[in-house]
Design a protein around this ligand. Structure first.
Ligand SMILES: Nc1ncnc2c1ncn2[C@@H]1O[C@H](COP(=O)(O)OP(=O)(O)O)[C@@H](O)[C@H]1O
Ligand SMILES: [Mg+2]
Length: 357
């Protein structure tokens, strides 16, 4: 050895033993048995390693880093510790075989009725996940009221290539909408079979590329489009949005019940437009009453609406505002819940982890 001969080298066993006492807070298992510690390098007293997360939007990075450093403080002679981060989003394996696309997860954004901020949340959620480094697509499945392009500030898609539609790209998100295919003044009347083929096409005839998350803006209500989507595409989970007043909760409940019937897992309930004007609480109460996960609340803020109208969503226009930070936290919570749902499912494929035993 060339280094200081008076100091003992740190052993790999000692480092791994220390890290095996650190518990992943969402998955409730230790970092070593989850195979999340990669690329451990020891140079004399100094070590470096990578923590492989299940999402780049992990809300608990800081906590895991703190706990890892605390655990490593027990290892004698340890010098500098460098922690790197990487992620490998688990795959919902049902998706690829059914639509022939490389989507690791599909997240439906829904509400019992219109006007509760479904499109607003879908757009800001997609951008937030992309900002964290995930590969994100946004499918506007609101065939009758396709508002995603306006909120994203895009009015057309690129020319098709190899007989496939090419998604528009903005703020790091790939996006497709029925609005690209019809004229704005053309009335849209869809019957069941047409709806089915329209939604199918937006999924299969598009060169989406590989995506960690496909976010889907569903039409309001509990009708044909929801049913069609659940038939055409396996959904990793659905988010149900409610407004904060108690009278709104019954609409959201209908949405909740519909997904239960369709056997689509509920990622969680989100309260939008929360605050002094509409009050607060319906989201949390609904989650508690029906034993669902509560994702948090996004405040009522005029800048959210301005962002939607101007095509520059609040997480882009005012990323440090309370509303944008609430959406960012909700997005991280959703990503974490998707990992948990996926890892608990027999259909999930996350190579680094064996959940058996
Ligand atoms: N948190 C919020 N604060 C203020 N305005 C909001 C908020 N969320 C949504 N809005 C506005 O409310 C209106 C309806 O939202 P939208 O996303 O179109 O609802 P939906 O898709 O459910 O019909 C839009 O004008 C939007 O900008
Ligand atoms: Mg909408």
């Amino acid at each position: 050895m060339f280094g200081n001969k008076n100091k003992k080298e740190v052993s790999e066993e000692a480092v791994m033993a220390a890290l095996s006492t650190v518990i992943e807070p969402e998955l409730h298992r230790d970092l070593v048995s989850l195979n999340m510690i990669r690329n451990l390098k020891i140079e004399g007293q100094d070590i470096s390693f990578t923590i492989m997360l299940t999402t780049p939007a992990c809300p608990l990075k800081g906590r895991m880093e703190g706990e890892s450093r605390a655990a490593l403080a027990q290892v004698p002679n340890l010098g500098q510790i460098t922690i790197n981060w990487d992620s490998n989003v688990p795959t919902d394996r049902r998706i690829g075989s059914q639509v022939g696309q490389n989507f690791r997860n599909t997240i439906a954004v829904s509400s019992g009725k219109g006007g509760v901020g479904k499109t607003t949340i879908a757009v800001n959620l997609a951008i937030s996940l992309a900002k964290e480094g995930a590969r994100v697509g946004l499918l506007d499945a609101d065939i009758l009221g396709p508002n995603v392009p306006m909120m994203m500030g895009v009015d057309q898609m690129p020319s098709p290539r190899d007989r496939k539609m090419v998604p528009a790209e903005r703020y790091g998100v790939k996006m497709i909408s029925m609005a690209f295919l019809v004229k704005p003044d053309q009335p849209l009347i869809w019957r069941g079979p047409m709806l089915h083929s329209a939604i199918s096409q937006l999924l299969t005839d598009v060169a989406w590329g590989e995506l960690d998350y496909l976010v889907i803006d569903l039409p309001p209500g509990t009708g044909d489009a929801q049913l069609t989507l659940a038939q055409v595409l396996p959904l990793t989970g659905a988010i149900v949005i409610t407004q904060p007043m108690q009278v709104a909760a019954s609409d959201a409940l209908r949405g909740l019940k519909m997904f239960e019937k369709l056997e689509v897992p509920i990622i969680g309930i989100l309260e939008n437009m929360s605050g002094d004007f509409f009050g607060t609480g319906a989201g949390q109460k609904l989650a508690t009453d029906y034993n669902q996960h509560y994702l948090g609340a996004v405040p009522l803020d005029a800048n959210v609406r301005v962002g939607g109208d101007s095509g520059e969503p609040i997480v882009v226009a005012h990323p440090d505002s309370a509303a944008a930070m609430a959406i960012r936290d909700v997005a991280r919570g959703i990503a974490a819940r998707v990992s948990v749902l996926n890892l608990g499912s027999k259909d999930a494929n996350f190579i680094p982890i064996s959940m058996i035993g």
